[in-house]
Design a protein around this ligand. Sequence first.
Ligand code: HEC
Length: 147
Amino acid sequence: MIKGAWLRCLYALGLCVLVAGCEQGNGEPKVDGRWYSQSQVDLGKKVYAENCIICHNEDARGTFNWRTPLPDGSYPPPPLNGTAHAWHHPLGVLKKVIEQGGIPMGGKMPGFGGKLSDKEELAVISYFQSFWPEEIYKAWLARGGLN
Ligand code: HEC
């Protein structure tokens, strides 16, 4: 009985590792020290150009006045290039923000849950993370970015 539960548990764990591995583009060499591969960044660049650049700007630099609330209390699109808060969120949270957008929290960003695949969401995260300087990426990892 207990043995069966253990086996199921191990099996579930193995499956998670496998799925996470595939989602993160295993098999291809990673960009040095990062979780993603160059082909993810390349796909992410396309996804970004089609869906995000209109608000978050070229090179994920956001808007210059992103700290100042608009008259309706919402904020302009922040940079995603490591100079704002995006690096405070672990991968899973970043993915959720992209899926749900900010409208449920009184913000302006639309959700992309029905529009982008898991693969595209992870790719677009890898793209904006490719702008993060090494020390920001390390700080993100140290906060449990990949947990
Ligand atoms: C219509 C404009 C708009 C589009 C399009 C848009 N965003 Fe946003 N985004 C925002 C705004 C504004 C915020 C701040 C929260 C809010 O108001 O919803 C935000 C917040 C975020 C955050 C949280 C940043 C933080 O510092 O916590 C992430 C991550 C993000 N956007 C990623 C993306 C990605 C990736 C795409 C494309 C798939 C995208 N956004 C498309 C406007 C947009």
